[in-house]
Design a protein around this ligand. Sequence first.
Ligand code: HEC
Length: 121
Amino acid sequence: MNEPPPSAPPGNPVAGKLIALGLPLVIVAVTAVVGVWFSQRDRRHREGRVEGPDLYRKHCAECHGDMAQGATAPGLRPMTAEIEAFQAALQQGLHAQRLEKKLFDSDHERLLRYLKSLDAK
Ligand code: HEC
């Protein structure tokens, strides 16, 4: 007695095609969204619209501590420097190597304002 050949696996063959078409589309869409998000973020930064706390967390916290209390580098509080001295500190030596290309002059002002605000009464 001959068994009938095994039938096609259950399931809708159209579903397989949809997945085959849909997956690349999803990948393209996600790539586009992520790309736009990064370029917007760069633009906000260039235009000086990234705020002090974000700048601090991203560029400084690693060495100076989350709340600028000091970590591997000295604490920065209470911050009393004027902008000239603050900027000079960021443009020399270790900071220059680490930060030069990532920060704009307007970022220095925001960072200083943020650090001063931590101890403002
Ligand atoms: C790779 C570690 C590192 C990073 C990142 C870093 N710093 Fe520093 N910073 C140091 C060290 C170490 C010193 C102390 C030695 C010196 O003055 O060069 C210092 C000193 C300073 C001083 C001088 C403090 C004083 O009392 O003279 C300031 C101001 C400062 N940092 C601000 C910042 C700011 C703002 C950022 C982020 C934009 C930052 N630093 C990022 C390591 C770092």
